[in-house]
Design a protein around this ligand. Structure first.
Ligand code: ATP
Ligand code: ATP
Ligand code: MG
Ligand code: MG
Ligand code: MG
Ligand code: MG
Ligand code: MG
Length: 278
């Protein structure tokens, strides 16, 4: 292609290549969802329709981008972890982050009517999501990352459940509910819910308490795929033949996406992690 004399401006672009052979976690978060959820009358403390919409959207993103090994969502956020070997967009950070944010936003809006059939989106307040990428050198940090997000889900959800129970069930003003919970620990909140309202927090919906984990079960598509073997036996990407790389990509596209609402902090969940991340 002929070059114009303006072409030089391209040299000002920054590459921003993410370090190879590391896990990339991309976290999206709804912009101004405190106001957004009020505008569209989300139920408090948890609007199940909104959470299911987030989950359905994340599954669409995983369907579009086979390099996503798994994802975790709660409230207005979703975190996607990419395979360590991912080479999408030559690992250019800006391309990855902006593609995730816009793909997620597009599907969220497209799916909205399925989850909120009686509420049309209003052009003056449309949902949008920010995104960032963080690199982690080993599965240890990836696991701790997901634990961090689930601990956040737990702390917020216990607080919000107690808060809205005091307001909606106890008739307190929002100010008084806030005062009542000031300085309480999680035992106090559990006790308050149980003794005053007969609510056993552990019986609240698992999706509310634990958030949602999505994993791409690669073994479901191709039990003989290298992902199903011990990760120490798997050759590096550059040692794999083109055919092998293509075969694995095909298996990822075909693989089932499994949704779970379980504890991801303890060891149990990670016992089978080789099925979806290596
Ligand atoms: P920012 O743009 O900085 O992220 P924000 O208003 O989105 O601001 P967050 O800390 O992300 O702030 O909090 C999201 C808020 O959205 C929650 O505090 C809650 O009020 C609301 N929200 C999100 N999902 C739901 C849901 N499923 N049900 C009820 N409320 C929700
Ligand atoms: P990448 O994902 O790398 O951006 P791309 O296929 O989007 O790949 P671009 O260099 O961005 O490549 O080019 C966009 C292409 O989209 C154009 O070359 C043209 O073929 C097509 N296109 C975009 N807008 C229009 C339009 N309004 N009318 C017709 N074709 C269009
Ligand atoms: Mg935020
Ligand atoms: Mg937000
Ligand atoms: Mg948030
Ligand atoms: Mg383009
Ligand atoms: Mg273009």
């Amino acid at each position: 292609m002929a070059k114009s004399r303006f072409e030089y401006v391209r040299t000002y672009e920054q590459d921003g290549i993410l370090l190879p052979n590391t896990y990339v976690v991309i976290r999206l978060d709804g912009r101004g969802f405190h106001r957004f959820s009020a505008r569209y009358n989300f139920r408090k403390p948890n609007d199940k329709r909104a959470l299911c919409l987030m989950n359905a959207t994340a599954k669409q993103v995983m369907g579009q981008i086979p390099d996503v090994a798994g994802a975790y969502g709660q409230s207005d956020e979703y975190s996607f972890v990419l395979r360590r070997e991912c080479r999408l967009f030559d690992r250019r950070e800006a391309k990855l982050v902006s593609t995730f944010a816009s793909t997620f936003t597009a599907h969220y809006q497209f799916l909205w009517p399925q989850y909120f059939p009686d509420t049309r989106l209003d052009g003056s307040m449309l949902p949008s999501f920010d995104a960032r990428a963080v690199l982690y050198p080993s599965l240890r940090e990836v696991r701790d990352y997901f634990s961090w997000r689930q601990a956040d889900c737990h702390i917020n959800n216990l607080y919000n459940t107690a808060f809205w129970t005091l307001v909606l069930g106890g008739g307190l003003s929002e100010h008084d509910a806030e005062q009542a919970l000031m300085g309480t620990n999680s035992g106090d909140k559990n006790e308050l819910l149980f003794s005053r309202f007969g609510i056993n927090y552990n019986n609240e919906e698992a999706m509310f308490r634990k958030g949602t984990m999505l994993v791409r079960d690669v073994c479901s598509a191709d039990p003989s795929s290298p992902e199903s073997t011990d990760s120490r036996d798997v050759p590096d990407q550059h040692e794999k033949s083109k055919r092998q790389v293509e075969r694995e990509e095909k298996a990822r596209r075909k693989a089932e996406i499994v949704e779970m609402h379980v504890d991801i902090i303890g060891d149990e969940f990670w016992k089978n992690s080789a099925r979806w991340i290596s």
